[in-house]
Design a protein around this ligand. Structure first.
Ligand code: PLP
Length: 359
């Protein structure tokens, strides 16, 4: 067996230790005589797994008691609809900040339910976020939505927007758990699990309790946060195995020092990769330095004719899924929590060797 360094943006690499634990527990979880996949979601065993996962996530992120943690399905993309359905609460408009591909998708979906006001956007032709003082926030907006980390463009907010009494909603899909966050600044934090939490199929929603319970008329039962909050995310069958695996990842994070330690390691990983890119005329990252993502690092080669060779030789070297998103081209290295520092160093070393041979 040989494991590669997988730089996929999502579904993404999981910590090897977690996969091994899942393997050990696969056929017989803690003497239950069955796999977690085969358990009733209402049985004592699975309930203990579910409760432990929530408790560990609460501890890791310091989630205050007046927030509910929901373990849902449908991906971050379903939240693009669930957020307006649950938060408009009679208001006619919501503010959105547009910083890239995922912001645009969230905006397009919200327009089906309300007037969307663009409170700020990346400056034309520049890969950066709008300055905090340039945001045009409407105090009558139902909420403000933004994307702290644009997974495709590799653009990250270096600040948290100040929205006063208007709830702040954040699509944290590609940056949750990468560092500490002050949950109390947010009305809703949501994330598809397949980047930095666990396997695809699970969506984590952290929502302030007072925002729950006034959905738009006609909201499907499954899309009503109140339904899921009252049922402990078990109104219907939840994604049990993904929930369990996410729980193993939370325990792995706790064993490894929690989010403060993750932040130090992640910053070091990102800084060394950006330094390698900036130190060469052969590689280029187009994002404004202040807004560079710690998690998703896009880069181009001076000669795009070499892209295919780069990818093929990288694969030979055990470095895979480095192709950039089809809308951007070039390369993208996603370096979430589960990417060890050795993986980033191996990439940097490969890039230098490739440049020597082809530059
Ligand atoms: C991946 C991603 C999504 C889409 O997530 P799904 O779970 O596939 O719906 C949305 N927003 C961001 C920021 C993402 O990185």
């Amino acid at each position: 067996m040989s494991r590669v360094y997988n730089f996929s943006a999502g579904p993404a690499a999981l910590p090897e230790e977690v996969l091994r634990q899942a393997q050990e527990e696969m056929l017989d979880w803690h003497g239950a005589g069955m796999s977690v996949m085969e358990m009733s979601h209402r049985g004592r065993e699975f309930l203990s797994i579910a409760e432990q996962a929530e408790a560990d996530l609460r501890e890791l992120m310091g989630i205050p008691d007046d927030y509910r943690v929901l373990f849902l399905q449908g991906g971050a993309s379903s939240q693009f609809a669930m957020v307006p359905m649950n938060l408009l609460q009679g208001k006619g408009s919501a503010d959105y900040i547009n910083t890239g591909s995922w912001s645009k998708k969230a905006i397009a979906e919200a327009k089906r339910y309300c007037e969307v006001k663009i409170a700020g956007a990346s400056p034309e032709g520049v890969l950066a976020v709008p300055a905090a003082e340039d945001l045009q926030l409407d105090p009558a907006a139902a909420y403000v939505h933004y994307t702290p980390n644009e997974t495709i463009q590799g653009v990250e907010f270096p600040y948290v927007p100040e929205t006063g009494d208007v709830p702040l909603v954040a699509d944290f899909s590609s940056t949750i758990l990468s560092r500490p966050v002050e949950v109390s600044k947010y009305g809703i934090i949501y994330a598809g699990a397949q980047k930095n939490i666990g396997p695809a199929g699970l969506t984590v929603v952290i929502v302030r309790s007072d925002l729950i319970g006034e959905p738009l008329p006609g909201t499907p039962t499954m899309f009503n946060y109140a339904t899921m909050a009252e049922a402990g995310s078990m109104y219907n069958t939840p994604p049990t195995y993904a929930w369990y695996l996410a729980g193993l990842v939370f325990q792995w994070l706790k064993r490894n020092g929690g989010l403060e330690v993750m932040a130090v390691v992640n910053e070091r990983k990102a800084e060394s990769l950006y330094a390698a890119i900036d130190g060469s005329d052969f590689y280029h990252n187009p994002v404004e330095p202040a807004c560079r993502s710690w998690m998703n690092v896009p880069f181009t080669l001076a000669d795009p004719e070499l892209d295919a060779t780069f990818l093929a030789e990288a694969k030979e070297a055990g470095l895979v899924t480095l192709k950039g998103h089809r809308s951007v081209g070039g390369m993208r290295a996603s370096i979430y929590n589960a990417m060890p520092e050795e993986g980033v160093q191996a990439l940097i070393q490969f890039m230098a060797e490739f440049e020597r041979r082809h530059g």
